[in-house]
Design a binder for this molecule. Structure first.
Ligand code: PBG
Length: 305
């Protein structure tokens, strides 16, 4: 009766990794229970996610070919575009969000176009807009830019409006920190940068006020939902953003947070279910309305018990 916070299946967004090929379901070594899946398999998986009561998924793509400008990102026959169409066809009521970024598609693994070893902000914007539009054309319900280029939300908003998708909302990775906790994801998405790191475009973990500035800019540019990422080590940021703005707040319980708990549990060093639920409720308590989490299925199974 007096419990202040509760988790519901409605709070979750489950990440899925789409790869090329057929009948592929490859477990990601550093993320037990998570898979790279071809379109046919990911569609089945999406059905399972929806049947558990999870309302939404977010799709990441692993293309067969990568190039300098990440052209696979806006290929109408790319794996993500195919997966969107297949999922919307087979599981029409599942809400399909797409991650909009270049790092999974570029040969160098950076989130934008590179010149002289530096990521070029402005030339990247046009490509991100093309990617977002191509996801919308395939039937995505919402796009989520995660690249951290300046001005990308406005560029994507204008492009979606122009191309006839004024109703497609944007969930921006607004306060995205440069984090070691993305390590396992980079194995999953095969997107580890070949040189350098993402510190020139992702945020410094030491900065708190800067997060509010990043979020304010994204809202001004048209973001409908703002995200804080990672979650576990940035609960103060989630709380600040929730207090300061009126839009829904999402938090990304990232790969490293998942893998740490899974690994400790495997060694018998921690109670997996309790640690998972404590982590998720703390993210909710901090102020997140939505939680992107690899734990979503496990947590919802427990909640449904
Ligand atoms: C792409 C992207 C990343 C994650 C989500 N989108 C990786 C990165 O920025 O390096 C990380 C998600 C996770 O660790 O679970 N830019």
């Amino acid at each position: 009766m007096v419990r202040e916070t509760s988790l519901s299946p409605d709070n979750f967004i489950y990440p899925l990794f789409v790869t090329f090929g057929k009948n592929v379901r490859r477990e990601i070594k550093s993320m037990p229970g998570c898979y790279q899946e071809s379109v046919d398999m990911v569609t089945k998986h999406a059905k399972e996610v929806f049947s558990l009561g999870i309302p939404a998924v977010i799709l990441f793509g692993i293309p067969e070919q990568k190039d300098e400008i990440g052209s696979g990102a806006f290929d109408p026959h790319g794996e993500v575009q195919k997966a969107i169409r297949a999922i919307k066809n087979k599981v029409p009521d599942l809400y399909v969000i797409t991650d909009v970024c270049m790092c999974e598609y570029t040969s160098h693994g950076h989130c934008g176009i590179v010149k002289d070893s530096d990521v070029q902000n402005d030339p990247t914007l046009e490509l991100l807009a093309k990617e977002a539009v191509s996801h919308a054309q395939a039937g995505a319900d919402m796009v989520a830019p995660s690249d951290m280029m300046d001005n990308r939300v406005e560029t994507i908003r204008l492009a979606l409006d122009e191309e006839g998708f004024p109703e497609i909302p944007i969930m921006s990775y607004a306060a995205k920190y440069s984090s070691a906790f993305y390590g396992p994801f980079r194995e999953a998405a095969e997107s580890t940068p070949l040189f350098g790191d993402r510190r020139t475009y992702q945020m410094d973990p030491a900065n708190r006020r800067e997060a509010l500035k990043e979020v304010a800019l994204d809202i001004e540019e048209g973001a409908d939902i703002v995200m804080v990422k990672p979650a576990m080590t940035y609960l103060d940021i989630i709380s600040d953003v929730k207090e300061s703005f009126e839009v829904p707040v999402a938090a990304y319980n990232v790969s490293g947070e998942y893998s740490c708990i899974k690994a400790a549990a495997k060694l018998g060093w921690i109670d997996e279910e309790r640690a998972m639920m404590e982590l998720l409720i703390s993210i909710k308590r901090a102020g997140a309305d939505l939680i992107l989490s690899y734990f979503a299925k496990d947590a919802v199974r427990l909640l449904n018990k």
